[in-house]
Design a protein around this ligand. Structure first.
Ligand code: NI
Length: 170
């Protein structure tokens, strides 16, 4: 097990599109274990391989890290099949530390992915899990939640983020 460094905005590698993987032909156990350890260490509810510089369609999610409902779900090649309803919840991201904003997402989604053995799973879900899946799939497509901000909010975010992280390195 090993902690992986998490890439942070504006690292250009966060903009890369991840490639599909075949879990029956490729051993993804180590990657998933390391990603899970990294996510738990950073106290996040989800992490995409893109965020640790690996361009594979691999995601880990745990909607209640450290809690009673804690359950690690590795999602290989996750896809949204359909979505409905508008949700507008505050999101954060381990790759955009210190910033949170409300983002419009589907409330309810039908999603499909494979597990580490290559078995396909298809579920309909809502709540935090539905939002996390949408957020993490965006990472695999090179998108960040701050991309959804209005031009004005995005400009404010850029300024604030730059200032905040400039202070950190002083
Ligand atoms: Ni994120």
């Amino acid at each position: 097990m090993a902690l992986m460094p998490i890439l942070t905005y504006p690292d250009s590698r966060l903009r890369e599109k991840a490639e599909p993987v075949d879990p029956t032909r490729e051993d993804l156990e180590t990657l998933v274990t390391d990603m899970a350890e990294t996510m738990y260490h950073a106290v996040g509810v989800g992490l995409a391989a893109t965020q640790v510089g690996v361009t594979k369609r691999v995601v880990v999610i745990d909607c209640d890290p450290g809690g009673e409902e804690s359950r690690l779900i590795p999602l290989i090649n996750p896809e949204i099949l359909s979505g409905e309803g508008d949700s507008f919840e505050e999101e954060g991201c381990l790759s955009v530390p210190g910033y949170a904003a409300k983002v419009k997402r589907f409330t309810r989604v039908r999603a499909r992915w494979q597990d580490l053995q290559g078995v396909a799973h298809e579920v309909e879900t809502d709540g935090l899990f539905a939002i996390a899946i949408q957020h993490e799939i965006d990472h695999l497509d090179g998108k960040l939640f701050v991309d959804y901000l209005s031009p004005l909010k995005r400009e404010l975010f850029r300024k604030r983020y730059k200032k905040m992280h400039a202070q950190e390195t002083e």
